[in-house]
Design a protein around this ligand. Structure first.
Ligand SMILES: [Fe+2]
Ligand SMILES: [Fe+2]
Length: 140
């Protein structure tokens, strides 16, 4: 995903990330933009307030996106719709845990670590679990 000349932390959208559904692709693009914006806040050593705000934006976006994605998977009659929803629920629980744990610690380092964990978990989900329904859609 990282091409020459792209800063290491930046993620660029490529067609390889497409799940063959315009609505979901649009939301995944928005998610990637939010992740890049969090990365920038960390890289440019912005105030902690900025980092927290950008993390919260990713969390809010993920909650909305997950609900939408779950509804679509059901609508498509995807056999793993329920399993996918469970995975989403687990991610949201993990995010809550991370935000709660680091929320008590006001050091910048703790928040950066939390931000990186959050980002990693969600990107991993897009690259592994969401790609599974892309393959399913191609057989529809
Ligand atoms: Fe998903
Ligand atoms: Fe997704």
């Amino acid at each position: 995903m990282e091409s020459a000349g792209t800063p290491v932390w930046r993620i660029d959208w490529t067609d390889e990330l497409s799940v063959d559904n315009t609505e979901m692709d649009t939301e995944h693009r928005r998610f990637i933009a939010l992740v890049n914006s969090l990365n920038e806040a960390i890289l440019w050593r912005m105030e902690l307030k900025q980092i927290k705000e950008r993390m919260q934006a990713i969390v809010d976006d993920a909650m909305e996106h997950f609900a939408h994605e779950e509804a679509l998977l059901k609508e498509w009659g995807h056999p793993d719709a329920e399993e996918h929803a469970k995975i989403h629920a687990q991610i949201l629980a993990d995010i809550n845990e991370i935000m709660g744990r680091f929320g008590r610690d006001e050091s910048e380092y703790a928040w950066i670590e939390a931000g990186l964990k959050l980002k990693h978990m969600l990107i991993e989900h897009l690259l592994t679990e969401d790609m599974k329904y892309r393959d399913f859609r191609r057989t529809m």
